[in-house]
Design a protein around this ligand. Structure first.
Ligand code: ZN
Length: 347
């Protein structure tokens, strides 16, 4: 089967023809269909073989077709399906939510399709897009949020893969419009760094992509206001790891709020963690900052304000009982009433 992709449709549109005929040997991608509908070209499917259709396949990009089935593309497709499975198992996505992509070649990216659960994808469902998000290969329609991924690839050359999901714990910070406080667990400091915070924008919109652009080079994990999280890494698994670490951190911080007190990693020790990180060759915009600059805010003050997170604990006096229990006279009347009812029932 020949794939008739977006750029083939664009070349066809330039001929000025108003009708495109194809048979079952020619597969028209969703990207190509978009071009046809924009150009007002009618797509006609013919069940029998057609000489016209065979002639048209000559303009199909042989380069994209072979790139899309290359060993590297097949490896990335498998990895994306595996990470999709982990995203679903860890409950980081709901329904058809979330999307994963990987940089394949100059201006070419493999990405997940729209409208499917990320836990049950197979490699044949994946798509390939160019740097503008136009689909150039694959039979399933690409995710609309790929434009947000491209905002990362186009500003951050080190980003080889992007993972976007809706994990609940980081999502709780997203709906509060709050950045998770720093300096609480080494794992986040070393393997993720400071989590970025983007304002709410309509998912998949150009505004969403614009809001991610300035944050991506500084943050490998970004919380998207009232939406979810987007992470990038040096491989598909690495991008997924950033998601896992971000959500585990948020979960622990939320749980810790109910416990009185609030310790954090001492300022000077953050410098040591950053040294470790540098030794591993991991990027971090905080390299070179002084201890005071690394610890401007106390994490628990940032999280809960000056009063702290936990509610004051009232000591329990067993002789008095908790303050909310009925007064002794009321309690006596209650016991009497229950006893009377039991006795009446026995009779
Ligand atoms: Zn989303």
């Amino acid at each position: 089967m020949k794939v008739f992709a977006h750029q083939d449709a664009a070349a066809f549109a330039r001929t000025g023809a108003k009708e495109f005929r194809h048979n079952r040997e020619v597969l028209v991608t969703p990207g190509a269909r978009d071009v046809f509908s924009e150009a007002g070209i009618k797509v006609v499917f013919e069940s029998g073989a057609s000489a016209e259709a065979s002639a048209l396949t000559a303009v199909t990009s042989a380069d994209d077709a072979s790139l899309f089935s290359s060993p590297l593309a097949e490896k990335l497709k498998k990895e994306i399906c595996e990470m999709g499975r982990r995203v679903w198992i860890r409950e980081y996505c709901d329904g058809n939510g979330g999307n994963i992509s990987a940089r394949l070649a100059e201006n070419r990216f493999i990405c997940t399709p729209t409208g499917v659960s990320k836990g049950f994808m197979t490699p044949d469902m994946l798509c390939m897009v160019d740097g503008e998000g136009r689909q150039v290969a694959g039979t399933w329609k690409r995710s609309s949020e790929i434009t947000t991924h491209l905002a990362i690839y186009n500003t951050t050359p080190e980003a080889m893969s992007v993972c976007h999901a809706h994990p609940c714990h980081a999502g709780a910070f997203a709906i509060k419009g709050m950045q998770p406080p720093p300096r609480l667990i080494p794992e986040l400091e070393v393997f993720v760094g400071t989590v970025g915070m983007a304002e709410y924008k309509t998912p998949g919109s150009p505004e969403m992509a614009e809001s991610i652009k300035p944050l991506a080079p500084q943050h490998q994990s970004i919380i998207m206001g009232n939406h979810g999280v987007i992470t990038w890494g040096k491989s598909v698994e690495d991008a997924y790891f950033k998601m896992e670490i971000t959500d585990a951190y948020c979960r622990t911080v939320i749980l810790a709020q109910s416990i009185p007190g609030g310790a954090s990693i001492p300022c000077e020790k953050i410098g040591e963690l950053l040294e470790l990180k540098k030794g591993m060759g991991l990027p971090d915009p905080r390299y070179g900052l002084k201890p005071a600059e690394l610890c401007e805010v106390d994490p628990w003050t940032q999280m809960c304000g000056q009063r702290g997170c936990s509610t004051p604990v009232t000591p329990f006096n067993p002789l008095e009982g908790p303050s909310s229990s009925p007064a002794p006279a009321e309690m006596e009347a209650l016991v009497q009433k229950i006893t009377d009812e039991i006795v009446a029932n026995l009779k």
